[in-house]
Ligand binder design. Sequence first.
Ligand code: G6Q
Length: 549
Amino acid sequence: MSKLTESKEWKALQAHQKDIARIPVRKLFEDDPQRFQRFSCRFNDILFDYSKNHIDQTTIDLLVQLADANGLREQTLAMYRGEPINNTENRSVLHIALRNRSNRPIKLNGKDVMHEVNLQLSKMQHFSDKVRSGEWVGYSGKKITNVVNIGIGGSDLGPKMVRHALKPYTRPDIRCHFVSNMDPTDIMNTISGLNPETTLFLVASKSFTTPETLTNAETAKEWLLKTAQDRRAVCKHFVAMSTNYDAVKQFGIDPENMFEFWDWVGGRYSLWSAVGLSIAVGLGMYRFEELLQGAYEVDEHFRDTPFEQNIPALMGLLGIWNNNFFHSHGHAVMPYDQNLDIFPRFLQQLDMESNGKYVDRDGNPVDYATGPIIWGEAGTNGQHAFFQLLHQGTQLAPCDFMVAAVNHNEVHSRHEKLLANFLAQPEAMMRGKNREQVIEELHASGLKNPSETLIQSKIFPGNRPNSMFIYDKLTAKTLGSLIAFYEHKVFTQGIIWNINSFDQMGVELGKQLANAILPELSSDNVNNQHDSSTQSLINEIVDRRNTLM
Ligand code: G6Q
């Protein structure tokens, strides 16, 4: 047994779960008129309501004890101080420095990192202003109308999600595209409608060795040079965001056009760095700074607020309650906000790459569940797809719902219809519908003798946990705060589960095998190291390509 599951705090939660599981959440609401006030918090314009989780005050008290006993506060301070909490890679984790709007010094090996951070921010300001004003021109003197971010994973999902979420603030005359996939269709679909003379490529890669990104960047370079016919055009149409100066230079990008970040910025936490250049170009640097400000204020809140009112800490603790004590499967994120439709995918990486680990920080296999499977869908679309399982399935999956009080597109009363759905689904999940209600409804609809099968199929068990966020309008600042809530939620859980949330060793094996297989697809180079399935599939693909091409 691990120290965690043996601890008195864990055991107290297990015992408490048995008691509270007997009381329907609906009853907890009936018994406590203050339940909403008790289990909700406000942060700037954001309201976080977690009262529909299967909890009472004892649950929160015990979860806070669990956080205290596992050093959540001390570990948070260690991260903020720049200690190398990414222990397998011996690295600091300092995305909070990227949005440290106070400019308070953050020292790493005796050097204040804020100096370099501010230098890159002003370089981003300068560059994005030039592109937006039309001062930066392509090789033939025309201004830039299309920006293509080439990157993958952390160098793609964050900026793509933010650009998409803040669409109402973008300039229509500078369109932004994101290319990530190794599938050549991705880049070909993107560039086929563009003019090389007016297209700018932002190559985002922390390592500058990622095959997908380098392959796509090479394709983009060939495409440009086919028209430009002059290698000097590259410096007008390519910039890089990376930590790898030599590789950027070797690719042919002018080091003057390189934006730096550092090994203490994890890929999935990098949108706040130069990796967010596409955000600054599309929205203007002042909006990028608003995004940073939203996150910065959450960083302060997370560091200083008691856990009982600390939104990211509560999110993390509730996730642990549902995951480890109610044995839920997965966690759904449902933004009732079309512009946030990529947000669940972004969170998928943030959460699953961070906390999808089976060994603890000392390398021992854990005996408790760690990160859940994250998925989600924007607006009411999910209701017509997978909500059936959420309401009546045998797997328990907690959900986060989020909505703006005011839509960027207030068309007649359409937003009210969206809001009604946003409010109804969590209520239905929590309350459910019992046998008496079903029979009453069937009678009212004129069905006097409904079959038992029909009655049973219409019963909703209820007690499906969910949390809700309401904000005024999706602005850059609010979005910055929402993202930071989730980042610190993931951190909270990683600390309690005693795992390293900041490496991603699990993505390595597939890469190694792909490198070994690649030569076998284009030659008779049989490796014979594969299982019979993989070997037969290699043969099948080679045969088919030889016949078809
Ligand atoms: C994120 C991961 C991963 C990474 C990509 C791209 O935390 O490390 O998603 O961002 O593999 O890596 P590069 O930025 O080095 O190309």
